[in-house]
Design a protein around this ligand. Structure first.
Ligand code: ATP
Length: 347
C-alpha cells in the first residue's frame, strides 16, 4: 500500500508543484495521475521514486516511511523496491537486450543463476524473448520500450512507476502496449503508479485515478466515478469524451433569463452532459438559440459543437437528426449538480 500524508513539494519561489496531497493506494492497485501540463504529476512520481525529496508531508510504502518532508529523511531510490519507466527508454546502447535487463540485477548483487531466470522471465512476460541478443539500435521504438519494461520488472519491484511510457509510440502501438501493460500489472501483482495526460489511457488502465490541478488532487476515485460524479467543476470539464457542459445559472435561471425550478434558485454552473442537451429546429419553452460549429461522428452517433450565448456547448445526436446552421438547444428539466464559483458542488 502507498500512503501519502499531506505531501508537498516546493521548488523555491512560486507556488508549490505539489501541495497537501493525502491518499492511500491499496496493494496491487493501478493508480493513474491525470492532469494538464504542469499540474505536478511528474513531481509526484519523482518523489515516489526517490528522485526528488518532499518539502512537506510523508510517503509510506506499506509500514515503511520512505520519505519525510518534515524531518528531511529519505530512503534512497535503489532501496525502495520501486521500478521506474520513463517516456524515453534510456537503454544502454552498448549492451544487448538481455544485458540491459540483467544490469540492475547485477548491480543489486543477485546471484548469476537467479539473474538468468529473472531475465528470461522478464523477457517472456514482455514478449521479446527472441530479441535477447539484439542491441537497442537494432530494434524498433516499441520493442525498446518493452526492453525498458523488462528491465524494470526483472528486479521484481513491489511498486512500478511509469512516466508517460507510451507517449513516444504511434497510436496503434499505444493501444497494443496499453493492453500489455495492464496484463503485466496483473501478472506481477505490484502496485502501479502511472503518469499521463491521456484520458483514454487513464480510464482503461486505472483502478484508481487522481485528477490533479495546480499541485492538488481534485478527485481520487475509480475511473467510472469521475464521469458519474465529478467532485469539482475542474473534473467535470476535464474528464469525458466529450466532457460535460457547464452552463451558467443566475438566480435559478439558465443564463440568468430562463427560470427553471430544477435550478433551485441558485447561482453557479450547472453540469449538463452532452447527451442531455437536445437539438431541435424550432424554439420552444426551454430552448436557447445556437449556431452550429462542428460535427464529429463518433461510435455511430454525432458529437455536435454549438455556440449559444457566447459559450461553446456540446450535444450528442443520432445521424438522422437534421442539422442546419441555426438551431435550438433544449435545456434539461433535471439537473444533478451545480458548482459554485470555487468549483465545488452546491449542496
Ligand atoms: N526541478 C524543478 N525546478 C523548478 N520547478 C520545477 C522543477 N520541476 C518541476 N517544476 C515545476 O513544478 C510544476 C509541476 O511540474 P511537473 O513536471 O510535475 O508537471 P507535470 O504535470 O508532470 O507536467 P507535464 O505533463 O508537462 O510533464 C511546474 O510548474 C514546473 O515548472
Amino acid at each position: 500500500m502507498i500512503d501519502l500524508q499531506n505531501l508537498g513539494k516546493s521548488f523555491g519561489a512560486g507556488p508549490p508543484a505539489v501541495r497537501d496531497v493525502t491518499l492511500k493506494v491499496p496493494e496491487g492497485a493501478f493508480l493513474v495521475l491525470l492532469g494538464p501540463s504542469g499540474c505536478g504529476k511528474s513531481t509526484m512520481l519523482r518523489m515516489l521514486a526517490g528522485l526528488e525529496n518532499p518539502t512537506a508531508g510523508r510517503i509510506s510504502f506499506g509500514d515503511r516511511v520512505v520519505a519525510d518532508g518534515d524531518s528531511g529523511s529519505s530512503v534512497p531510490a535503489d532501496k525502495r523496491q520501486a521500478g521506474l519507466v520513463f517516456q524515453s527508454y534510456a537503454l544502454w546502447p552498448h549492451m544487448s537486450v538481455s544485458g540491459n535487463v540483467d544490469w540492475p540485477l547485477k548491480v543489486a548483487g543477485v546471484p548469476a543463476a537467479e539473474r538468468g531466470r529473472r531475465v528470461t522471465d522478464a523477457l517472456s512476460l514482455t514478449g521479446i524473448a527472441e530479441l535477447s541478443a539484439r542491441f537497442p539500435g537494432e530494434i524498433s521504438g516499441g520493442q525498446q520500450q518493452r526492453v525498458a519494461l523488462a528491465r524494470m520488472i526483472a528486479p521484481r519491484p513491489r511498486i512500478m512507476l511509469f512516466d508517460e511510457p507510451l507517449s513516444n509510440l504511434d497510436a496503434t502501438l499505444r493501444v497494443e502496449m496499453r493492453h500489455e501493460l495492464s496484463q503485466l500489472h496483473r501478472a506481477t501483482g505490484a502496485t502501479a503508479v502511472y503518469v499521463t495526460h491521456d484520458q483514454v489511457e487513464a480510464m482503461t488502465l486505472a483502478t484508481h485515478v487522481a485528477v490533479m490541478n495546480r499541485g492538488r488532487i481534485e478527485q481520487f476515485a475509480p475511473p467510472a466515478r469521475l464521469l458519474l460524479d465529478p467532485a469539482t467543476a475542474f473534473v467535470a470539464r476535464f474528464i469525458g469524451t466529450p466532457p460535460a457542459n457547464l452552463i451558467p445559472v443566475r438566480g435559478g435561471a439558465w443564463f440568468g433569463r430562463l427560470p427553471e425550478p430544477a435550478l433551485r434558485g441558485v447561482t453557479g454552473d450547472a453540469l449538463v452532459r452532452a447527451e442531455d442537451l437536445r437539438i431541435v429546429a424550432d424554439p420552444g419553452a426551454r430552448t436557447i438559440p445556437a449556431r452550429l460549429v462542428e460535427i464529429v461522428p463518433m461510435a455511430g452517433r454525432l458529437v455536435v459543437t454549438l455556440m449559444a450565448e457566447a459559450r461553446r456547448l456540446v450535444a450528442i445526436t443520432d445521424p438522422g437528426q437534421p442539422l442546419t446552421p441555426e438551431l435550438h438547444l433544449v435545456l434539461p428539466a433535471q439537473v444533478t449538480k451545480i458548482f459554485d464559483a470555487e468549483g465545488y458542488p452546491i449542496p
